[in-house]
Design a binder for this molecule. Structure first.
Ligand code: D5M
Ligand code: FE
Ligand code: ZN
Length: 532
């Protein structure tokens, strides 16, 4: 059997329905005759064994040394390295439960189920040519945290926010500093870019917006009967906007004619992958909670081993891997695992059910064991060790992940609660979480409002600004499924794997549990699979 590359070993093992540790694959690939070693390993593995371990491969190599290496090809060093960054796992392909109903909605309505489909037993695994894949992370601040929470840090981070966001608005207005505007004469036209410092309604129902830039503040008045008044409903504190208008006769106030958000350009042309490949976007697994939906998770993991999922080569998890401890009052009553490390160990076991030849990226959420304030660094070494089986890419919240040219902004989504609370229902609601995401895209910031529900940690720079327009924006947190396009950016909020908690019942939140949105990276179209 020609087994000249680790990729073929991966394929051969998957086709035999075996899990294997990454190191085990590396050892087989590095042996004198990988084909023979593989056969010996498979033969000596008990039928009920779930995983081939490195220890087992070593035993085989020690007890039955390959005697005739002539004629066999061995993997190059490069290939060994590529096998070393992933391991494989597989399930007995005959033992899959029926595949869950698939849904392929064309619009962001709650998908309807279609009948289950069975997969054949002859599938030999997803494309083993890992060289076709590419995964790069930008904007990961793990290990880069410098903030100490001092006043100066806050000044720095807000200056950086202003710098980055005002740059996006400069093409649209010819702005002057607030200080310079306060020296102008009455009746002159003026344009200003600033962070929203205050929004108040006046006695007569108009809106007074105070904008702040690096030189000072300036009051701007939006008349209630103007078109611009609608935009005032969308304002959040500390976001950056531009206004254009005319100064009052005493030059003490700017009457606003137009208001601009940094926004995503309307003509944004998203990047796409060069081949048909898919990513599963999930979040909010909440292992350790009584409401964690283990059966739905198992079905999802099993489905990933089937031919229907053959193009799914990436799995992105946008936070809340575990339920955590002490996240909300009285949460301990709803825990099945009370120790945070044991929760991650259990999560890791559930993740091992997912095929090992998927590339996994994870960011933390508000239930995870990292600081709550955003940006949140990726998990520490202890937690990485616990979750190491799949060699996932563990990065900060938020992070920009590039998969085969497609930029996916992953953000857990705590600020969505605030956007939904502050904005009118038609602009953002729990039933249409993607619309709340549109607001964040429009503001080009994942968590504009400071000092409210979302905690922010001041760093040297504002990592929460969307400097680059993503092609896909992936969030979770609100436990609702919703997706749609905003100026050609696909916004996906990915639901959860936790059924309704007592708290959610008390406030009438009906979670969308057990769904996996699957995105085609070559077309940015979406399919949703239901597993509950
Ligand atoms: O939160 C899931 C969703 O439910 C999110 O919209 C916040 C809301 N939630 C859940 N529990 C609480 C409590 N106890 N107080 C306030 N809001 C809550 P997640 O954090 O992902 O579990
Ligand atoms: Fe959650
Ligand atoms: Zn959350």
């Amino acid at each position: 059997m020609p087994l000249e590359t680790p990729a073929r070993i991966v394929r051969a093992l998957v086709s035999r329905g075996y899990n294997a540790e990454r190191e085990a694959v590396t050892l087989i690939a590095g042996s004198d005759d990988p084909g023979l070693t593989l056969a010996q390993v498979v033969e000596s593995t008990p039928d009920d064994a779930l995983r081939i371990t490195a220890v087992h491969v070593r035993e085989v190599l020690a007890s039955a040394p390959v005697s005739d290496p002539s004629g066999s090809e061995t993997a190059s060093d490069d290939e060994k390295t590529s096998s070393a960054h992933r391991k494989i796992s597989g399930h007995d392909t005959d033992s899959h439960p029926p595949v869950s109903p698939a849904t392929s909605p064309a619009s962001p309505d709650v998908p309807e189920s279609t009948s289950p489909s069975e997969t054949g037993g002859s599938w030999s695994g997803r494309n083993p040519d890992f060289s076709l894949r590419s995964l790069a992370i930008a904007n990961d601040m793990t290990g880069e945290s410098t903030g100490t929470g001092e006043y100066d840090d806050f000044v720095k981070v807000f200056r950086d926010r202003y710098e980055k966001l005002s740059k996006m608005l400069r093409g649209r207005v010819n702005h002057r500093p607030a200080k310079a505007i306060s020296n102008m004469s009455g009746g002159e036209e003026a344009e200003l870019i600033g962070l929203v410092n205050d929004v108040r309604s006046t006695k007569s129902g108009h809106w007074l917006i105070e904008l702040e830039d690096t030189t000072g503040t300036f009051p701007c008045l939006v008349m209630k009967d103007r078109d611009t008044a609608d935009a005032v409903n969308e304002l959040l504190m500390d976001e950056c906007i531009a206004v254009q208008g005319t100064l009052s006769s005493d030059a003490g106030i700017l009457f606003v004619d137009s208001l601009h958000f940094p926004d995503v350009p309307r003509g944004h042309r998203p990047n796409t992958a060069d081949r048909h490949v898919q990513a599963a976007l999930i979040s909010d697994v909440h292992v350790g909670s009584q409401e964690f939906m283990e059966d739905a998770w198992n079905e999802f993991a099993n489905w990933l081993h089937t031919e229907e999922a053959e193009h799914v080569e990436y799995l992105l998890i946008a936070g809340d891997m575990v339920e955590g401890v002490g996240v909300y009052p009285n949460q301990d009553k709803e825990l099945t695992i009370i120790d945070i490390y044991e929760q991650y160990e259990a999560f890791s076991e559930h993740l091992k059910q997912v095929p090992g030849d998927l590339d996994i990226v994870m960011i933390p959420g508000n239930h995870d064991a990292v600081r709550l304030a955003e940006p949140q660094p990726g998990f520490d070494e202890n937690l990485r060790d616990i979750m190491s089986a799949h060699d996932p890419r563990i990065v900060s919240n938020p992070a920009m992940v590039n998969l085969e040219g497609v930029n996916i902004l992953m953000y857990h989504g705590v600020s969505l609660d605030e956007v939904i609370a502050e904005l009118p229902a038609e602009k953002a609601s729990y039933d249409e979480p993607h619309k709340a995401m549109y607001q964040l895209l429009k503001k080009r910031h994942v968590a504009p409002q400071f000092g409210g529900h979302t905690r922010l940690a001041p760093e040297e720079q504002d990592y929460l600004v969307m400097e680059e327009v993503p092609d896909i924006f992936h969030t979770g947190h609100v436990h609702k499924l919703g997706w749609g396009k905003y100026h050609n950016v696909l916004a996906v909020n990915s639901g959860c794997w936790q059924s309704q908690t007592d708290f959610q019942k008390s406030v009438n939140i009906n979670p969308d549990s057990g769904y996996a949105p699957i995105v085609d990276l070559d077309t940015l179209s979406m399919t949703v699979r239901k597993f509950s």
